[in-house]
Design a binder for this molecule. Structure first.
Ligand code: FMN
Length: 183
């Protein structure tokens, strides 16, 4: 059985993002349990335009990266009561090609307790709309403090690191079970 591959998508465009740091940490700690790719083209994606004949190369790259993944893990901030427009834009690009249909997905909310809940609600709405297969057991809150990000851009707190790894491993296990069940 091949090792499950998780595409990690941050909804933040900020260099020192806590969300991106969480995903960088998951990638660093993957070990042999799962493989990761970090999506790095959120800022490069053009605004979604429906009905064009051919998707731009950067959008084709998005389709390919999702297709190559057994699962997708999102970490996103909340902007003005919902997911950032840039992440919504990415998700709109996936609608026509049904990239996320039946794809195992999960999210980790890295915000403080009481923050980021509307991002979760709106992300769940969009993921439901695109027909993603939400791995509930892998979803949750693991707060990442800005001052817990080390010089290498990963989270230094061991407990947080462990929680992030557990979330990704839970998603990877879910993806393997889904893949096996589909055979
Ligand atoms: C334009 C803007 C709007 C924001 N709106 C909200 C909000 O509605 N709710 C919330 O909990 N946090 C809000 N925040 C705070 C961000 O979610 C928070 O700073 C988060 O840590 C940013 O994620 P990052 O560290 O990955 O960049 C907002 C921040 C910005 C820049």
């Amino acid at each position: 059985m091949t090792i499950p591959r998780i595409l990690l998508i941050s909804g933040s465009t900020r260099d020192s993002s806590t969300n991106t740091a969480a995903l960088r940490t998951i990638a660093a700690d993957a070990g042999g349990e799962f493989e990761t790719d970090r999506y790095a083209e959120l800022v490069a994606l053009p605004q979604f335009v429906p009905g064009e004949d051919a998707d731009p190369p950067v959008v084709q790259s998005l389709h390919r990266q999702i297709a190559a993944a057994d699962a997708v893990l999102f970490c996103t901030p909340e902007y003005a009561g919902m997911i950032p427009g840039s992440l919504k834009n990415l998700l709109e690009w996936t609608v026509g090609a049904a990239d996320l249909h039946d794809k195992p997905v999960a999210y980790v909310n890295v915000a403080y307790e009481g923050r980021g809940d509307a991002a979760v609600t709106t992300l769940r709405t969009v993921l439901g709309y695109v027909g993603a297969d939400l791995a509930e057991a892998a979803c949750g809150r693991i707060t990442v403090l800005q001052n817990s990000i080390g010089p290498d851009g990963t989270v230094t707190d061991a407990e947080v690191r462990g929680g992030l790894h557990d979330a990704a491993r839970t998603l990877a296990d879910y993806a393997v079970r889904s893949r096996d069940a589909a055979r």
